[in-house]
Design a protein around this ligand. Structure first.
Ligand code: PLP
Length: 399
């Protein structure tokens, strides 16, 4: 099978919901991917912030092989040891006390919304159920999380949407004060908006927002589906903001490439859910949990995050230098290894040219290129990717 034949088969049988590049990735090694025509790509996208340690990371492969040969799945009717281990690792390295496991970011946020509503209903009675989220945010594709997503174009065609959601601009305390009436039970926010274009929640606003919410017992839900698991330079991005959310959601990199999501809460909040309130057939199954344990253990290894922060600094410096040498590169934004390079023009055609030149990235808003590389990206992989990036920017700048 080559790229063309795989594409043909996909077009015949797979629903047409993604705008795909004309390549089928068949193998990965570190931060390099190979397509079915044997072309190689430097991966600065990491499966959209998923493959935290690159592709086919040997310790992860080993853990998965061992777990698959021992127990793949058994259902949450029974205790699952790797699930407990992952929950303990997550709780002991965050401010949270309990974890619920699911399979994706949307599911994690859906669960967080349910938890916030139940907590509020038990404590304050009906009517206090509204979720405030940020304009330009992204929280998922299920109906509730789609509604929480503050981007209108995702909503069209799927009406009617669930009730009980409203939006405020990011970093606007005044708007929060105005909208936070007696019907609001939670505020949902990303530390850095990912899909929305790599726009950060301001540190001072975050603190003010957290204090305001705490005063009114409005739960603060940190959507760390994209920012969590070391991505921004801290294990979880809220830790860098100096705030204490009541609920945190995770997915993407939690399994290093194996689908798993989670929502975490303090004991006080988590206690609102009772047996039967929420569940998931696959949530935290032995295979996915074993992957999560390996991911957490790797992040916690002595020196891993220090090294990651140096890698991030080097990556940021390389992007900054492009803003000096390439006239179409204007500015860099983001934190850690969650970065965007703002261009002087529409980013999508540039992303396509980068793909052709063997560099994978995404777009951030209309004019930004978005980078979410593996945290263990080597200097050699980074340099090769940056060279490909510079060549394309230089060429397109001259056209
Ligand atoms: C911040 C955030 N929340 C939720 C989601 C949804 O995650 P999933 O695609 O796993 O459902 C995403 C996906 O991009 C995300 O970036």
């Amino acid at each position: 099978m080559n790229n063309e034949s795989i594409k043909d088969m996909g077009e015949t049988y797979v629903m047409n919901t993604y705008g795909r590049f004309p390549a089928a990735m068949v193998r990965g090694e570190g931060s390099r991917l190979f397509d079915a025509d044997q072309k190689d790509y430097i991966d600065f996208l990491g499966g959209i912030a998923v493959t935290l340690f690159g592709h086919s990371y040997p310790p992860l492969v080993e853990v998965l092989q061992k777990q698959a040969g021992t127990l793949l799945h058994c259902s949450n009717y029974y205790w699952i040891e790797p699930q407990n281990q992952l929950a303990r690792l997550l709780c002991t390295h965050s401010r949270f006390d309990k974890v619920f496991f699911c399979n994706s970011g949307a599911e994690a946020n859906e669960g967080a919304i349910k938890l916030a509503r139940k907590y509020s209903a038990l404590k304050y009675g009906p009517g206090r159920h509204k979720i405030l989220s940020m304009e330009r945010s992204f929280h998922g594709r299920t109906l509730a999380t789609l509604t929480a997503t503050g981007q209108d174009h995702f909503h069209q065609d799927f009406l009617p949407l669930p009730l009980g959601f409203d939006y405020i601009p990011l970093n606007d305390m005044q708007a929060l004060r105005e909208k936070a009436d007696d019907s609001v039970c939670a505020v949902m926010v990303e530390a850095i908006q990912g899909e929305g274009g790599v726009y950060a929640l301001d540190v001072e606003v975050a603190k003010e927002m957290a204090a305001f919410c705490q005063e009114r017992d409005i739960l603060l839900i940190a959507d760390e589906v994209q920012t969590g698991m070391g991505r921004t330079g801290e294990l979880f991005a809220y830790q860098g903001l100096g705030i204490e959310p009541d609920i945190m959601t995770l997915a993407k990199a939690l399994g290093g490439g194996v689908p798993i999501g989670a929502f975490l809460a303090t004991d006080e909040v988590a206690g609102a859910l009772k047996p039967g309130d929420h569940g998931s057939t696959f949530g935290g199954n032995p295979l996915a949990s074993a992957a999560g344990v390996l991911v957490m253990q790797t992040l916690l290894q002595d020196g891993f995050m220090e090294k990651m922060r140096k890698t991030a600094q080097r990556f940021q410096t390389a992007l900054q230098s492009l803003t000096l040498s390439c006239k179409m590169a204007l500015a860099v934004r983001g934190r850690g290894l969650m970065l965007a390079l703002e261009l002087d023009r529409e980013a999508k055609p540039v992303m396509k040219r980068l793909f052709e030149a063997g560099l994978l990235c995404s777009v951030a808003g209309e004019k930004g290129l978005r980078f979410l590389p593996a945290l263990n990206l080597t200097d050699e992989e980074m340099d090769e990717g940056m060279n490909r990036l510079k060549q394309v920017l230089d060429t397109m700048g001259e056209e």
